[in-house]
Design a protein around this ligand. Structure first.
Ligand SMILES: Nc1ncnc2c1ncn2[C@@H]1O[C@H](COP(=O)(O)OP(=O)(O)OP(=O)(O)O)[C@@H](O)[C@H]1O
Ligand SMILES: [Mg+2]
Length: 325
């Protein structure tokens, strides 16, 4: 069953101009952060969004949990169109969808104990009274591996390591038993040695709670560990979507091939040619015409600069947006 469906979603941010720039040109400019993306996430699935910095991953995640309002397009979650839902309509949904941010240091109130931080959502949503909330928070501390729970309950964020804090953030999100979680680079700021254990924790919740997840990462090797399906993003567009093994073994988009070529743990298994892209990611204010990758793509043909490729189905639940196919 489809839990989330996103179609042709767009979000442009107006560019802040200096006074002089405004005098010279009155034309408003926009950062095309998310520029018409479509995908579905099935219940119980981990769907990863992978791409370089600035390609629009976080914006996509924030749009889906409606921390941001889209410019256009459609978001249907659990059978309900939430694209432009008002805050009041979103309240009951907030219980079902949670977001975990990249920075476990910024996500916790420094003056609140760990236990109270985990219990708080239960009280805010009127699900439990103070005593029940405390008990549930203690249980959740055990669940995320922070034992003895009584000790951690009384601790403050500054007394914990980055990895422990991220466990608290996960506990706080999971205490509401959400159906769906957006995890935005949840391990990128954590010590490398602790990353696997945090991913394992997320996978445990996936299994025990039948959790559905949008997992955001710039790292294909991480996505490979945790995902069922991977979507590759480039400059506000999705260029390829496929089940994770299919994507790694049979990447079709030159950009996906380039990303894979730069992952040392995946490279030795690659039977195909390596692709190295020219230059840097262009500016999302004036993205290239046609296929946004064309100025950097070693395989580009004339059509690529003129016509934008659409996502096409190529079999095996695999979609690609490239004129060369
Ligand atoms: N609130 C905002 N106002 C203006 N521009 C924004 C805003 N949020 C994001 N952007 C811009 O939109 C583009 C996409 O940003 P986004 O944070 O979604 O990328 P990302 O893929 O998550 O990058 P990273 O890997 O660095 O986290 C960037 O160019 C960014 O500067
Ligand atoms: Mg981001």
């Amino acid at each position: 069953m489809v839990l989330l469906s996103v179609s042709n979603l767009k979000k442009y941010f107006p560019l802040q101009k200096s006074f002089i720039e405004r005098v010279i040109s009155r034309r408003k400019q926009y950062v095309k952060a998310v520029d018409g993306i479509s995908f579905i996430i099935r219940e119980g699935e981990v769907f990863s969004l992978v791409g370089e910095s600035g390609c629009g991953k976080t914006t996509t995640g924030r749009l889906i949990v409606r921390l941001e309002t889209p410019d256009s397009g459609k978001i249907v979650f659990d059978g309900k169109d939430i694209t432009f839902a008002k805050e009041k309509e979103l309240r009951p949904l907030r219980r079902k969808m949670q977001i975990i941010f990249q920075d476990p240091y910024a996500s916790l109130n420094p003056r609140m104990t760990i236990g109270d931080a985990i219990a708080e959502p239960l009280i805010i949503h009127g699900i439990a009274d103070k005593r029940e909330a405390r008990e549930k928070a203690l249980e959740m501390l055990v669940n995320v591996g922070l034992t003895p729970p009584e000790l951690f309950y009384k601790a403050y964020p500054h007394q914990l390591s980055g990895g422990q804090r991220q466990r608290v953030v996960i506990a706080r999100a999971m205490i509401l038993k959400p159906k769906f979680i957006v995890a935005d680079e949840p391990v990128s700021m954590i010590d490398v040695s602790l990353r696997a254990s945090i991913l394992k924790l997320l996978m445990k919740f996936k299994k025990d709670f039948n959790l559905t997840m949008l997992f955001i990462t710039h790292d294909l090797a991480v996505a490979r560990l945790i995902s069922d399906v991977v979507a590759v993003m480039y400059l506000g567009k999705i260029v390829e979507i496929a089940p994770v093994d299919e994507l790694v073994e049979n990447p079709l988009h030159p950009y996906t091939k380039a990303l894979l070529s730069s992952v040392p743990t995946i490279v030795p298994q690659m039977k195909r040619e390596k692709i190295i892209l020219k230059g840097d990611v262009p500016n999302p204010i004036n993205p290239p015409s046609g296929c946004r990758l064309h100025p950097r793509c070693p395989l580009a043909i004339e059509r690529c600069s003129k016509e934008e490729p659409k996502l096409k189905y190529v079999g095996n639940n695999h979609y690609v947006a490239c004129h060369l196919l």
